[in-house]
Write a protein that binds this ligand. Structure first.
Ligand code: GDP
Length: 436
């Protein structure tokens, strides 16, 4: 139903890189796609139509063979329908299966361009009826909406935690990213750390794989030694001329750095007003799912008046980052720098915290008793049956409900989670699976 057209559409975008990968079978093709610095794999399954496996005849068999594969491999399923024919019985069977499976689904209605406005509304109503959330209507043929669709895909992939896993963490050394606008003091802080801590030389096998990183060995307060990987420090060691400072490249670079780290240190220049750039970087960090520490640098320049002003700016402009601990430092004098690693260890511990299911459900009962969820569709009560933690780094929770939960209620639950358990400096992910 236009899926190949859709994949080609992704490929045709000037700024989306899609390339064929080896091992293409008749039924499935795999493509590597990159959108705004985020890489993901697109598997085109070739659809549910009987042609692909003539020995399978019943609907269940048709659905399960392909869908089971999708369950084990995919972080997100794009369920593509042909809007010009509307919702078929086959689509309904697939939707039912997908709803039960709990796989995150994005419903995409293709060929939206062929519909008259009235028909379009009728089809959209049918699509809502599938119970897979808001449908996304586009026309693959004309390219309408495909860039927006990629935005939605990346957003949904983030929401389900697909980018949460650091890409290079198999040696167990936590990666630390220094994030902040130019001149905030990233190089100064890095040089200060290199001056004070022991740098592990790169050429020992199995220590660093990537020469752009630097390994630091730090003695903790309890006398133990710990190793941290400072990510993407090549440019910070020796300042290069500013080449790729365009918005696009700096965003891509920030994301790539975050992808490889566990903790982000968001540096603020205490002498400067907190601006849009800091807000944007803070959002990037939360979206990336990394643990985060707010570092106010150049504290040596701050007087009482500025100090009060800064606290106000922070409360107003970075309120959404209020779960991050804050540290005041001076990278040039070294004041406060030594305390950073204690904070890093703390947020890492919270980032990796796993709450046992029993405790979590006792907590849920309390939270719901204190403030029950607002009534749902047709004034039916919303029941949250069960909650379980499905991942750490960052902690990810899944709620099983009978219908959708409002975003405001999810925010309430997140606040409650933070009150009950120590999740300092870590973003939290709350997902909902609807079982009717
Ligand atoms: P980067 O672009 O984020 O790497 O920033 P740099 O480390 O190059 O610092 C930019 C400027 O800020 C340099 O002139 C530093 O000397 C200065 N700077 C960095 N940290 C501090 C600090 O803690 N206090 C003061 N007064 N200046 C600082």
């Amino acid at each position: 139903m236009g899926k190949s057209t859709l994949v080609n559409r992704f490929a045709g975008r000037r700024d989306a890189i899609v390339q064929e990968m080896p091992g293409v079978t008749r039924d499935r093709s795999t493509h590597q796609a990159t959108w705004l610095g985020r890489s993901f794999t697109v598997i085109d399954t070739g659809g549910w139509t009987p042609g692909w496996a003539p020995d399978r005849t019943t609907m269940d068999e048709l659905v399960s063979a392909q869908a089971e594969q999708a369950t084990t491999e995919a972080d997100l399923v794009l369920f593509v329908l042909d809007a010009s024919v509307g919702v078929t019985a086959e689509d309904e069977a697939v939707a039912k299966w997908l709803r039960r499976s709990g796989i995150p689904v994005l419903l995409v209605a293709n060929k939206g361009d062929t519909l008259k406005p009235n028909d379009r509304m009728a089809v959209e109503a049918e699509l809502y009826g599938l119970g897979l959330g808001d449908p996304y209507t586009l026309s693959a043929l004309h390219g309408e909406g495909s860039g927006d669709l990629l935005d939605v895909v990346v957003k949904r992939l983030r929401a389900v935690g697909a980018f949460d896993r650091p890409q290079d963490d198999d040696d167990g050394i936590p990666g630390i990213a220094l994030i902040g606008r130019p001149n905030v003091g990233k190089s100064s802080l890095f040089n200060r750390l290199v001056g004070e801590e022991r740098v592990i030389v790169d050429n020992v096998p199995g220590t660093t794989r990537d020469p752009v990183d630097t390994l630091l060995e730090v003695e903790a307060d309890d006398g133990t030694h710990r190793v941290y990987r400072m990510i993407d420090t090549a440019g910070l060691r020796k300042k290069k001329s500013k080449v790729d400072t365009t918005e696009y490249y700096s965003t891509v670079r920030t994301r790539k750095t975050l992808d490889r780290s566990s903790v982000a240190l968001l540096l603020l220049d205490a002498g400067e007003t907190i601006g849009e750039q800091e807000q944007k970087l803070a959002r990037e960090i939360i979206d990336s799912g990394r643990a985060v520490l707010l570092v106010q640098n150049k504290w040596d320049l701050v007087d009482d008046e500025r100090r009060a002003q800064l606290a106000k700016e922070r409360d107003r402009l970075l309120a959404f980052l209020d779960f991050a601990p804050m540290r005041r430092i001076s990278a040039t004098s070294g004041r406060g720098v030594g305390k950073l690693f204690g904070d890093i260890d703390h947020v890492l511990e919270c980032w990796n915290r796993r709450v046992p299911t029993g405790q979590l459900n006792a907590w849920l009962k309390d939270a719901v008793a204190t403030t029950p969820p607002p009534l749902g569709q047709n004034h039916r009560p919303v029941r949250i049956r069960y909650v379980t933690q499905v991942a750490v780094g960052p902690p990810r929770f899944k709620l099983f409900t009978n219908q959708r939960l409002e975003a405001s209620y999810l925010r309430y639950l997140e606040r409650k989670l933070r009150e009950s358990f120590d999740f300092t400096g870590t973003p939290l992910r709350l997902g909902v699976t609807i079982r009717t």
